[in-house]
Design a protein around this ligand. Sequence first.
Ligand SMILES: Nc1ncnc2c1ncn2[C@@H]1O[C@H](COP(=O)(O)OP(=O)(O)OP(=O)(O)O)[C@@H](O)[C@H]1O
Ligand SMILES: [Mg+2]
Length: 237
Amino acid sequence: MAMLETKKLYAGYGKLRVLFDINFKAREKEITVVVGPNGAGKTTLLNSIAGIATIHDGQVLFENRDITKMAPHKIAKLGISYLLQMGNIVSSLTVEENLMIAGYLLPKEEVKDRVDEVLDLFPRLREFIKRKAGTLSGGERRMLAIGMALMRRPKILLLDEMTTDLAPILVKMVLEKVVELRDKHGLTIVLVEQNAKRALEIGDRAYLLVSGTIRYEGDSKELLEHPEFSKLYLGIT
Ligand SMILES: Nc1ncnc2c1ncn2[C@@H]1O[C@H](COP(=O)(O)OP(=O)(O)OP(=O)(O)O)[C@@H](O)[C@H]1O
Ligand SMILES: [Mg+2]
């Protein structure tokens, strides 16, 4: 079943049109990968779902409910957690404080339990709990960012460029964590990735966005092996 869906979506910023006729689906408990060249509109697609971009036409549906005109904080409350491309960690605060901030909408008495839950998922973060987030390595910061997104126990996680600028071994580590979230915790994930090859390897279904339109929709591994697209748009040889 599609948990999240866009229907004939046209969206952008103000009058600027970025996305054209996007029919996108993210199925329950799957990793849906979105790849494409810089400026293709990948982030804008996530922004449209999260209520941040301007929707010109079409619909966004979450669990069959129309959320097209809904305010971002209401969308978040429905269980859609969006991890921005630039991240949202406060470097001058500790790991623990960052997690607590991410849970600020929760009842106070729940926050500590959720922090514990997240730390169980990311045992390495437990070792750093009192350290300032600014002192974490690139990979550890991404883990913290995912942990923050999980504080509110979302139904679906929108991840934008989680592995950009990371060393290959850390890319692997972060993406393995994403797989674990799907397989062990039943999370539904939309993964926007620059590291197209690795993302498509772990994905279930995939979309290729080019100039604001969908050029490919289907099995993730098949896109990886697509005779034309893999070379032309994804730098896979
Ligand atoms: N806040 C904004 N206001 C106006 N235009 C924007 C805004 N954000 C993005 N754009 C424009 O929308 C287009 C699509 O940008 P978007 O960020 O969605 O691309 P992307 O596929 O995520 O690219 P990248 O791989 O570089 O992250 C670009 O031309 C960009 O300049
Ligand atoms: Mg982007």
